[in-house]
Design a protein around this ligand. Structure first.
Ligand code: SF4
Length: 350
């Protein structure tokens, strides 16, 4: 069972950079204050009361933890040590920039209870990194990923398709390199134009065009499918609506409150849509946990099929694997697997 994660946002703390897309204040909804020991411990206690006995971990998100002054990192981790020793906390996870990672730092973090490090990789294309003002190279990111794996920690990677200079092929290549580096999970955050950022200035000047919702979903589907085929969990697609993002702060880009659901269910929609034809009447069977993906939001996938002249019913079938979908036509039954039978060409995304 996954541990309960007690989140602390350390917005923009420790980061000496200003990436063109970044407005950490907006994303975290926090002014960037660091929690004190009392705040850390009292929030953990509150969350423990509702944890139902599950393992617990503390997460420091936002900002760049390993780039904080060392005494500040120590001040944040020190209050957690008794809980880590007693087993009340299973570990600590943090997010940070790739160029804040080296062997000495990772060894120290591990000694102090850190079990998972998420790197803001964004892209592994040097031209994209430069155009986005990241201030580090793809080689530095690969070295950081290797360092984290060498120390036996869990490695997470955040990817941001659609940055300046990015292409679908470059995004896919970045993902392939993250897979090759042995990442344990990824998050995919399509680039957004946030008010007050350098990207917003470029967008207003006509110098940058972000992925729109349709193009972003198409690219995310391709990335998600590739990650699933590589057995790499994608734990999040798109920033959360409650992270200070709204119609006022998001000026443009691929953003939707349920982006992850649109992308995941889109895989089912595409697989089914490619194997049914106008005039057919079909029964679609899927694992019960896939029902909402197959139906789509407000049954939109069924409505799309109806518009194509296809009458479809969807039934749960616990005998099917999670990625299997069966389509019954008259007396014939066709079994498909999302991972083997769905393919996207990169040209579909351009
Ligand atoms: S490294 Fe992270 S926190 Fe720093 S400016 Fe870039 S996106 Fe923002």
């Amino acid at each position: 069972m996954r541990p309960v994660t007690v989140p602390f946002f350390i917005s923009h703390q420790g980061c000496p950079h200003t990436c063109v897309f970044c407005d950490q204040r907006t994303i975290s909804g926090s002014a960037g204050r660091l929690p004190g020991a009392d705040e850390l411990l009292s929030k953990i206690a509150v969350w423990r009361a509702s944890s139902g006995g599950r393992d617990m971990e503390v997460a420091f998100f936002g900002g760049s933890f390993a780039a904080l002054p060392e005494e500040t990192q120590a001040r944040l981790l020190e209050p957690l040590q008794p809980l880590l020793k007693s087993g009340e906390l299973a570990g600590v996870r943090l997010s940070t920039r790739p160029d804040s990672i080296d062997a000495r730092r990772v060894a120290w973090l591990k000694e102090n209870g850190v079990r998972t490090i998420e790197l803001g990789i964004q892209s592994l294309d040097d031209e994209v990194l430069t155009a986005s003002g990241r201030g580090h190279s793809a080689d530095q990111s690969e070295a950081a990923m290797a360092c984290i794996k060498r120390h036996g920690l869990r490695l997470g990677a955040q990817l941001m398709p659609g940055l300046p200079g990015d292409t679908p092929q470059a995004s896919l290549t970045s993902l392939e390199r993250v897979i090759a580096a042995g990442a344990d999970f990824i998050r995919i955050y399509p680039a957004l134009v946030l008010r007050g950022t350098e990207l917003a200035r470029r967008y207003a000047a006509g110098d940058y065009l972000p992925l729109d919702l349709k193009g972003g979903i198409a690219l995310c589907k391709l990335l998600l499918l590739r990650a699933l085929q590589a057995d790499l969990p994608v734990i999040r697609i798109g920033l959360q609506a409650d992270q200070g993002l709204n119609a006022d702060t998001v000026l443009a880009g691929c953003w939707h409150a349920a982006l992850g659901q649109l992308v995941r269910s889109g895989l089912c929609r595409d697989l089914i849509g490619r194997h049914v034809y106008p005039g057919e009447e079909v029964i679609i069977r899927c694992h019960p946990s896939r029902l909402s993906d197959v139906l789509g939001q407000k049954k939109c996938h069924l409505n799309e099929l109806a518009e194509r002249g296809i009458r479809a019913r969807v039934l749960p079938d616990a005998a099917l694997e999670i990625n299997e979908i069966a389509i019954l036509k008259n007396t014939e039954r066709f079994n498909y697997n999302l991972l083997n039978d769905l393919h996207y060409s990169i040209d579909e995304v351009y």
